[in-house]
Design a protein around this ligand. Structure first.
Ligand code: ATR
Length: 284
């Protein structure tokens, strides 16, 4: 219940009407009994006024979404190592007059794999797509683990740009790029395949980025699309008895990791909180 002790956290973006973030955050706050309220705000090109004003409103922190994840860096006093490498911030914390920046997007994905005990050490990972989500995931996985990452995209130039950026940040790791149309999956080496394209998401529910064919039986398939819950890509992988990871897990974990930053604590059992949110999200 909101009372005189309730403090505000929230999300700023351009069009947050359909976001699940308020539901996820408020549910987590309810589960761990924290007296905060999470609200979403569309800031309509007024990022400077909003951030400078919020500094004086005793707010704990904010998530930042499209299109402000890069622009917000101009207002930040201290970036953590990963967000500094990525030059993209999805979480800010107001801390003793300072604004600190973080990025939990890709780390949320990383958590969704760890959750399922998926070993990432020296594994071959294929990322489909080279947009903002692919970037977050590739940086977080490289930051956390020693795995080989290949990135393929419809526009291969974007895959190339992302790979060059990764190579300059992680000099001891291997990255390759290709056009998605050139992908040869015969006897494929991949251990994990991640769809970060919008194929499979409404209104493209009947589309899938690649055919699930030629993969090792142990290959794990992940999607970051969470509406629909089970994309065609995941359905096809499931039909062939591959392990699959749903996109909703990344969304929930990036939110929970942001709360850990704001509240300076670790959830005792983060998986249990995730499951609690998931249960209510599905029936919502
Ligand atoms: P996000 O932030 O979710 O990653 P984005 O930056 O707009 O969103 O990236 C969308 C990704 O989906 C891109 O990799 C895009 O490929 P292009 O760079 O070639 O546009 C991919 N994508 C979107 N529609 C696609 C389609 N019809 N076929 C293949 N890839 C598609």
């Amino acid at each position: 219940m909101i009372d005189d002790k309730t403090r505000l956290i929230g999300l700023i973006g351009e069009d947050t009407r359909k976001t699940s973030s308020p539901f996820i955050h408020n549910k987590a706050l309810e589960i761990v009994a924290k007296n905060y309220a999470y609200l979403a705000f569309d800031v309509k090109d007024n990022l400077d006024k909003v951030i400078n004003g919020l500094k004086y409103m005793n707010i704990k922190g904010l998530n930042i979404t499209i299109p402000y994840k890069e622009e917000v860096i101009g207002y930040i006093d201290e970036l953590d190592e990963l967000s500094n490498m990525m030059k993209s911030v999805n979480t800010i914390k107001f801390d003793n007059g300072k604004i600190k920046g973080f990025n939990t997007d890709g780390l949320g994905f990383y958590m969704s794999l760890k959750d399922e005990d998926i070993d990432l050490k020296n594994k071959n990972i294929l990322i489909l797509g080279a947009g903002g989500a692919a970037r977050g995931i590739a940086f977080a996985l490289s930051f956390k683990e020693n795995s080989n990452i290949d990135i393929v995209n419809r526009n291969y130039k974007k895959a190339q740009d992302l790979v060059l950026d990764l190579r300059s940040n992680f000099k001891d790791k291997e990255f390759k790029f290709n056009a998605i149309s050139n992908l040869n999956l015969k006897n494929s080496k991949y251990d994990i395949v991640i769809n970060t394209t919008s194929l499979g998401m409404y209104p493209n529910e009947n589309k899938t980025p690649i055919l699930i064919d030629g993969f090792k039986s142990t290959c794990v398939f992940c999607d970051i699309v969470y509406k629909p819950h089970e994309t065609l890509f995941l359905k096809e992988a499931k039909k062939k008895n591959h392990k699959i990871i749903y996109g909703i897990n990344m969304l929930i974990y990036q939110a929970l990791l942001a709360q850990e930053i704001w509240f300076d604590y670790k959830f005792e059992d983060i998986n249990l909180v995730k499951e609690g949110i998931l249960k209510d999200l599905k029936s919502n």
